[in-house]
Design a protein around this ligand. Structure first.
Ligand SMILES: *Cc1c(COP(=O)(O)O)cnc(C)c1O
Length: 387
């Protein structure tokens, strides 16, 4: 029998949000809303749609493998040089490039229990040892992560804000953490929701890159820019690291249409502002609705909220599905009693709350949960070497 390398057997296949068409097919219902994958409910920028249409006639050509225009414009936007940028087929691609380039078997990779699942995936892909550090208050515990560093540590992944918990680490915590990380360890800050964060104590991490530290920021066009379907993400890193990552990268990992759309989306600052405002309004609306229903939830810095439900996230997800609302159960992240809901348009948020109320009458939902309770993950409360 043909066997994959041993570490591959330990990988659980990624469970994404169900596509709308699949739910339509399986349940025979129409008028479905998807609040399951943290997509921008306002859709893509109209300028991006136009750029996509215009680029359609060029798709017989390979894309520019070096993405000259996108990198130049992105560099200008970020006030870095193009040499600081590595593009990916989504930022997940960049996360994988980082692991492939730097992580050897038996190296240790540190990330938090309840952090974005891709860190675990790419660690296993490289047959490395995962050092999984528990969160405190559903938030990355940076001092515990620093304390977990050994001679074997190669990479530390931090999602800020984190998906699925929506929590963030502060500028002060980050500065103290960076002080403790030895020079030969690579720190990766995954900032997929960067543009949504409004808190003033959110760390601006670009200086860590520009100081030439072993520090990489990843960001994406999938979330606020509304281009998840086109798979464009990027890393910001010191040029020497970018040069290494470029050796691992597939030469045409960013499509021609994706590059064109990302350039247009970047210029559409109105769309970004609208999306930020819509998210802030939706967040306030949902918090109020959850408070009224006495449901516990975690305050979020992203465009999604993790909500405590009974009897289980899986059952509530199924029941909501029958109401035509797709959300995500979070048991795979060690949170069996939660669902994660993406903040939608006002209309979608109202539909979700209506459906949640219907479901809460159908199921024996505990209706007296303390709002803003700390959701304790089911994972062990000690340092583990795998999750
Ligand atoms: C969505 C998300 C990503 C990126 O996804 P891509 O579509 O691959 O850019 C990365 N990190 C986190 C924490 C996310 O939630």
């Amino acid at each position: 029998m043909l066997k994959p390398k041993p570490s591959i057997d330990t990988i659980q296949p990624y469970q994404g949000g169900k596509p709308i068409e699949e739910v339509q097919r399986e349940l025979g219902i129409t008028d479905i809303i998807k609040l399951a994958s943290n997509e921008n409910p306002l859709g893509p920028s109209p300028l991006a749609v136009q750029a996509i249409a215009e680029s359609a006639t060029q798709v017989h050509l390979y894309p520019d493998g070096n993405a000259y225009y996108l990198k130049t414009e992105l560099a200008q936007h970020l006030e870095v040089s193009p040499e600081h940028l590595i593009l990916g087929n989504g930022s997940n691609d960049v996360l994988q490039l980082i692991a492939e380039a730097y992580v050897a078997p038996d190296d240790e990779v540190i990330y938090a229990a309840g952090a974005f699942v891709v860190y675990s995936l790419v660690t296993k892909l490289c047959s490395a040892t995962a050092v999984v550090v528990p969160m405190v208050n559903d938030t990355h515990n940076l001092s515990a992560m620093a304390a977990a560093i050994t001679d074997k540590t190669k990479v530390i992944f931090v999602a800020n804000p984190n998906n699925p918990t929506g929590t963030m680490v502060t500028a002060d915590e980050t500065a103290a953490f960076i002080e403790q990380v030895p020079e030969n360890v690579l720190v990766v800050f995954d900032e997929a929701y960067y543009e949504y964060v409004a808190r003033s104590d959110y760390p601006q991490t670009l200086p860590y890159v520009l100081e030439g530290r072993n520090f990489i920021i990843t960001r994406t066009f999938s979330k606020i820019y509304g281009l998840a379907g086109l798979r464009i993400g990027y890393g910001i890193a010191p040029p020497t690291l970018v040069e290494t990552l470029n050796r691992v990268r597939q030469p045409f990992n960013c499509s021609l249409v994706g590059q064109a759309a990302a350039r247009a989306a970047l210029k559409d600052t109105d769309h970004v502002t609208k999306s930020q405002k819509s998210n802030a309004v939706g967040k306030t609306f949902l918090y109020k609705a959850f408070d009224d229903m006495r449901l516990g939830y975690i305050r979020t810095e992203g465009n999604f909220i993790m909500l405590h439900v009974e009897p289980s996230g899986a059952e509530i997800t199924d029941a909501l599905l029958k109401q035509g609302v797709i959300v995500r159960p979070m048991a795979g992240y060690g949170y069996p009693n939660t669902v994660r809901v993406t903040i939608g348009t006002q209309q979608e948020n109202e539909r979700f709350i209506t459906a949640l109320k219907v479901v809460s009458y159908q199921l024996p939902v505990k209706r007296s949960l303390v709002a803003d309770s700390t959701l304790v993950p089911a994972t062990k409360a000690q340092l583990t070497t795998d999750n």
